[in-house]
Design a protein around this ligand. Structure first.
Ligand SMILES: Nc1ncnc2c1ncn2[C@@H]1O[C@H](COP(=O)(O)OP(=O)(O)O)[C@@H](O)[C@H]1O
Ligand SMILES: [Mg+2]
Length: 447
C-alpha cells in the first residue's frame, strides 16, 4: 500500500474530493442504467458495488470523520445495502499509512521528544491502521506497547468533514435535516470525543477498572506517561483478531465462552454502569488465551438513567401483549407522534410490536443461539417488510425517538452481529438488567 505523506486538510480540497465521489457515483448510475436499457434488467448489486468502491476510495483518502462514518455504517449490516457494507467494512483495515517522519513530528510536538527517546524499539511502519490514527508497536525493557498516533490535522478538519458528509448521508438515506438534526448532533459529539485521546485515556482507565470484575474478559493497561491529546499508549496484547478467531477452528465450547464474555461485558456496562464501549466492531476485539480483549474506548456513551428506564421497559414481554401500554410507552419516547393519523398509529404499533418481539427475543428466551441463521434471516425479512409497507424515511416524517437511543441500539446491533459471527450460544438472563419489568433486581451485586 503506498504511504500517504500528507492529507488534504483544507476544507475546499476535501469538498472537491467528496464532490468527485458524487460525480463518479453519477457516472456509475448512468452506465448501469444504460446497460439496463439494453439488457432490460438493472443489475442493482453491481451498481451498488461500483458506487460503494468509489465512495469508499474517497472516504479513505480523506480519513477522519468520513471514514469513521463509513465504518459505523458498516457495523450495522441492515442499514446499508450489502455491497456498501462489504466494501465499507474494510475501513478498519485499509486507510493508507502515514510515513515515519510525520509520526516522529507528532511525537516532537506532543512531548518534545522522538519515539526512540521513550522506547528501546519503535516500529517505523504502522502495524495496524485505523480510522483516525495508526498503531505502532514499541518496546521498553520487557514491556511491549501499542502506540496509537493520530493523523495530523484530523481533529481540526473533522467538523468541516461532517458538514460535507451530512448532505451526502441525508441523500443516501432520503432523510430530512429537521427530522434528524438531534441524531447528527449526537454523532458529531461522539466523533469529536474520538479525536481527543486524553478523553479516550480517561474513559479507558475508568471502564477497564470498573469492568475488572468480569470473568472471561482481559484488558490492556493504559499508560498516562506515554499518552497525550494525539498519542495513546497501551500494553501490547498478542491475540487473535476477532474475525480470524471466528473463521478459525475454535470449538463450540470456546466460542460460547467468548460469546458469553462479550454479552456480559455489554450487559454490565449498559445496565449497571450506564456508560459503555459503543463501538462493537470486530477490529476492536482480540481473543487471547481464551479471553476476550476489548480494545479502543474511543467511542463511549453515557446513558441518562430516565432514558435507560424507558428504553429498556420494552424488554418486558407483557408490554407486547397490551396495546394501550405499548402505545403509551411509544408516545413517551416520541416514537409515535401526536400528529400521526389513526391508521398510521395502528400500523406503527403493529410494526413496533413485531420488531421489539424479534429484537428482544434473545432476552426473552434466557439462553440464545446467535448462530441460528434463521434468526438473522428473520431480522433481514422484517427490515425488508417494513420498507415494503412504506416505513421508509419518507413516511416517517417528524423528529422521532431520542438521539440517546442511537448508540445503545448501535451497541446491541454490533453485539448481535459479533455473536452471530462467533456462532455463539449465550445465557442472556441479565444479572443487572431491567428485563421483565423489574428495576435492577441485583444491581450492585457484582463489582
Ligand atoms: N493494545 C493493543 N494490543 C495489540 N493490538 C492493538 C492494541 N491496540 C490497538 N491494536 C491494534 O490496532 C488497531 C487499531 O486500534 P484502535 O484502538 O481500535 O484504533 P481506532 O480508535 O482508530 O479504531 C486494532 O484493531 C488492533 O489491531
Ligand atoms: Mg478501533
Amino acid at each position: 500500500m503506498p504511504e500517504q505523506s500528507s492529507i488534504p486538510t483544507n476544507a475546499l480540497s476535501r469538498m472537491a474530493a467528496i464532490a468527485g465521489a458524487g460525480t463518479k457515483v453519477g457516472v456509475n448510475f448512468v452506465r448501469h442504467y444504460a446497460q439496463a436499457a439494453v439488457s432490460g434488467r438493472l443489475n442493482q448489486d453491481a451498481l451498488d458495488a461500483a458506487n460503494a468502491r468509489d465512495i469508499y476510495k474517497t472516504l479513505s483518502e480523506l480519513k477522519g470523520g468520513p471514514l469513521k462514518i463509513a465504518q459505523m455504517l458498516s457495523t450495522d449490516q441492515h442499514l446499508l445495502p450489502a455491497a456498501y457494507a462489504d466494501v465499507f467494512s474494510q475501513a478498519q483495515y485499509s486507510a493508507p499509512p502515514l510515513s515515519y517522519p510525520l509520526v516522529a513530528r507528532t511525537f516532537r510536538r506532543e512531548f518534545g521528544r522522538e519515539p526512540l527517546e521513550f522506547f528501546d524499539e519503535f516500529s517505523r511502519e504502522a502495524v495496524a491502521g485505523a480510522s483516525i490514527g495508526q498503531v505502532h508497536k514499541a518496546r521498553r525493557g520487557n514491556l511491549c506497547f501499542a502506540v496509537k498516533v493520530q493523523y495530523p490535522g484530523i481533529a481540526d478538519s473533522l467538523r468541516s468533514d461532517l458538514a460535507v458528509v451530512k448532505p451526502l448521508a441525508l441523500r443516501l438515506f432520503g432523510l430530512r435535516e429537521e427530522d434528524v438534526s438531534d441524531y447528527f448532533r449526537e454523532v458529531e459529539e461522539r466523533l469529536m470525543e474520538e479525536t481527543d485521546y486524553e478523553h479516550e485515556l480517561e474513559r479507558s482507565l475508568e471502564l477497564t477498572g470498573q469492568c475488572a470484575c468480569l470473568a472471561g474478559v482481559r484488558f490492556p493497561k493504559f499508560f498516562r506517561e506515554y499518552s497525550s491529546r494525539r498519542i495513546l499508549t497501551s500494553e501490547w496484547i498478542d491475540g487473535v483478531p476477532f474475525d480470524a478467531y471466528c473463521d478459525g477452528n475454535a470449538s463450540q465450547k470456546e466460542r460460547d465462552r467468548i460469546g458469553q464474555a462479550l454479552w456480559d461485558f455489554y450487559d454490565f456496562q449498559i445496565h449497571e454502569l450506564k456508560r459503555f464501549h459503543a463501538d462493537p466492531h470486530p477490529g476492536n476485539f482480540l481473543v487471547s488465551d481464551g479471553k476476550l480483549v476489548p480494545l479502543d474506548f474511543g467511542c463511549t456513551k453515557q446513558l441518562d438513567p430516565h432514558f435507560h428506564k424507558r428504553h429498556f421497559a420494552f424488554l418486558d414481554e407483557r408490554l407486547l401483549e397490551d396495546d394501550a401500554s405499548l402505545e403509551r410507552a411509544l408516545r413517551e419516547l416520541r416514537i409515535l407522534l401526536p400528529e400521526d393519523g389513526s391508521a398510521q398509529t395502528r400500523n406503527m404499533l403493529d410494526l413496533c410490536r413485531r420488531s421489539i418481539a424479534l429484537l428482544a427475543r434473545p432476552f426473552h428466551e434466557g439462553e440464545f443461539n446467535f448462530g441460528d441463521p434463521e434468526y438473522l434471516r428473520e431480522i433481514r425479512y422484517l427490515g425488508e417488510q417494513s420498507e415494503r409497507e412504506g416505513y421508509g424515511p419518507k413516511m416517517l416524517r417528524g423528529a422521532r425517538g431520542s438521539a440517546e437511543s442511537l448508540y445503545v441500539n448501535r451497541a446491541y446491533f454490533g453485539l448481535y452481529n459479533l455473536l452471530a459471527r462467533l456462532r455463539a450460544r449465550v445465557m442472556t438472563v441479565s444479572r443487572f438488567s431491567v428485563a421483565n419489568g423489574q428495576s435492577n433486581p441485583v444491581a450492585g451485586g457484582v463489582g
